[in-house]
Design a protein around this ligand. Sequence first.
Ligand code: ADE
Length: 430
Amino acid sequence: MKLYLSRTMAKAHYDVKDLKLASEGKLKIEWAGKQMPVLKKIQERFVKEKTFKGMTIAACLHITSETANLLIALKAGGATVVANASNPLSTQDSVAASLVKDFSIPTYAIKGEDNETYFKHLNAVLDYKPHITMDDGGDLIYALHTDRKAELKNIIGSSEETTTGVIRLKAMEQEGALQLPVIAVNDSDTKHLFDNRYGTGQSTIDGILRATNILIAGKTFVVGGYGWCSRGIAMRAKGMGANVVVTEIDPVRALEAAMDGFQVMTMKDATRVGDIFVSATGDKHVISLDIMKHMKDGAIVANSGHFDVEIDMAGLEDLKKSKRRIRTSLDEYTLPNGKKLYVLGEGRLVNLAAAEGHPAEVMDMSFANQALAAEFFVQNKGKLENKVHVLPRALDVKVAQLKLDAMGITIDKLTREQAKYLSSWDEGTS
Ligand code: ADE
């Protein structure tokens, strides 16, 4: 991956589309914040404890109204916070403008930015010499291990938001290449069980609907993968009346999908029946050129994985006879044989490219984990090995409890007798 250096950009303190959009963004941030009570609670504590006094935090995340609330919470805890987009198409320009204008958070993010600008922005936040970095996809960490090694010495820890990024970091750890401690926020239960499943499930359908306005009921909806994200998509597509087909490479997950009531088949077989294809596996070319050639005329193709590698977009660009933009986030590709395919969000993650990402209620828990990960780095400065860590279970449980409290749900407690039973081994058949 080529990194374009821009050491001067930091002096500009921001690069956003238009500061005049700030008032719209501020209202969006306020609305999202109302659905993020767990993060708010943590923010209140950060304010009291000045958790991040003297710390600079660089966040390479999707610049959405939910992310804005995380950044505001970190800043309220005393941090200097800077942010850039973790995807060229996911930025909400009004939010980026408000972060700069209303919250004095240097932000480098423009929806639709080209690759060169994307990497300029990435480098701009590293110019602030952060102590903590936050990634969604691992691009800051990658830069810190390649072109921006000089910045490594300041860093006390980096957190990672998404499955794809965690896979990348575990590969670095395995090769002995990882030079800083990482917290895999994704691996907290209160992150992936909710954000990946219910968040991706809803926001992916949202993206497809905003891009196409089609009826889901009665369609054959093919989902690539049956991890936490893809099972959320399958579940919600089924709920809207689609006939859902799941494709997998893992026998256990395939079996789970079959027993959850989905048709399971190979992607090749699915091309004969599928009307809509969504891949959310984290791997490349799940929807290969060969697969696309076999799809029915009029098939809709989308990606909900982090990187735009799941669909072979380069192959499709080469093969196409022509291409037209039909609606925002909807491109028609005509193949040499006359068949038409409809690609959503340029093959980038459809839930953020064509919609607004996950709703704030789930990002509340994801970003509570991010905030606690940053605090964990401060509390354990210099003590953590250069490995991929997960947050302690007690913090995961705390986030769940705060969410339950906010939802007004009270749960039972073990009696002393029950607790004793669970920790004993002498009470069997009576
Ligand atoms: N990832 C998925 N949805 C998101 C959102 N709303 N904000 C930030 N990151 C996200």
